[in-house]
Design a protein around this ligand. Structure first.
Ligand SMILES: *[C@@H]1O[C@H](CO)[C@@H](O)[C@H](O)[C@H]1NC(C)=O
Ligand SMILES: *[C@@H]1O[C@H](CO)[C@@H](O)[C@H](O)[C@H]1NC(C)=O
Length: 232
């Protein structure tokens, strides 16, 4: 999987995808049939896989536009529930034209580091579908805002089951340890908790933890030979 031929194919494919995107100007919001674990919405956030180890993936995400809201709470569960309701109102008509906007995946919650007994600010975001990336309808609720996430490389670990404060914290801690042990540089102080399923879905749930990569991403693990990324 990590051979040079694979890498060459990856470069070719990401070049091609980049070219197509310039033509369509739809960011990287695309058909969910292209992403196996994103199965509950028609459109999903797409990415290029740069490399992977047995501990994490490195992905490249193009700049995309989200609709977001902040909520302060002791618990992610409570903040996310309130935020979800507000964003759901936006996509079901609480916007300037009363437009219905289709649900997409993933839903992303920005988790700032905090102590258990402290209040935290949680930013929850829905991805705007391709047709609303350029000109999203203005939210009528002033707590809801449109937010551009820049082009980023992300360290990613996936897990199943339910996303809770606890499961997210465990996965984030083990991912940051894995990154520290190979000397990978990433933005400190926050990470993203990322969900792909509705709360009604019982099986094959998919969640992720994201850390924003800084410098050139590192894709080595203790069991692998050091190899230089062709993307540097
Ligand atoms: C997504 O892809 C599937 C399979 O390739 C196709 O049947 C479907 O029409 C596509 N949906 C959209 C919205 O383009
Ligand atoms: C929302 O919270 C983020 C921190 O996650 C902060 O940087 C941002 O300024 C806040 N935005 C608004 C509109 O309150």
């Amino acid at each position: 999987m990590h051979g040079t031929q694979h890498s060459a194919t990856m470069i070719y494919l990401s070049g091609l995808v980049g070219f197509l995107l310039v033509l369509t100007a739809e960011g990287r919001v695309g058909n969910s049939s292209q992403l196996q674990f994103c199965s509950e919405t028609e459109q999903c956030l797409l990415f290029d896989l740069i490399c992977e180890t047995d501990q994490y993936e490195v992905r490249h995400y193009d700049s995309v536009r989200w609709v977001s809201t902040n909520e302060t709470s002791y618990f992610m569960e409570i903040a996310a529930m309130r935020a979800f309701r507000r964003l759901y109102e936006y996509i079901t008509g609480a916007n300037e034209n009363g437009k219905k906007i289709q649900m997409t995946a993933p839903v992303v919650v920005k988790m700032s580091d905090k102590k258990f007994w402290e209040m935290g600010v949680y930013t929850t975001s829905f991805l705007l579908p391709a047709e609303h990336q350029m000109n999203p309808p203005k939210p009528t609720n002033d707590k809801v805002y449109i937010h551009d996430m820049p082009d980023m490389k992300m360290y990613v670990r996936s897990y199943g089951g339910w996303m809770t404060s606890l499961s997210d914290k465990n996965k984030a801690n083990s991912l940051s340890s894995a990154l520290d042990s190979v000397g990978a540089k990433y933005k400190k102080g926050f990470h993203y908790a990322v969900g792909y399923n509705s709360p009604m879905t019982m099986f094959n749930r998919h969640n992720e933890v994201w850390f924003v990569a800084e410098d050139e991403p590192i894709c080595t693990s203790s069991s692998e030979e050091l190899e230089f990324s062709p993307f540097s």
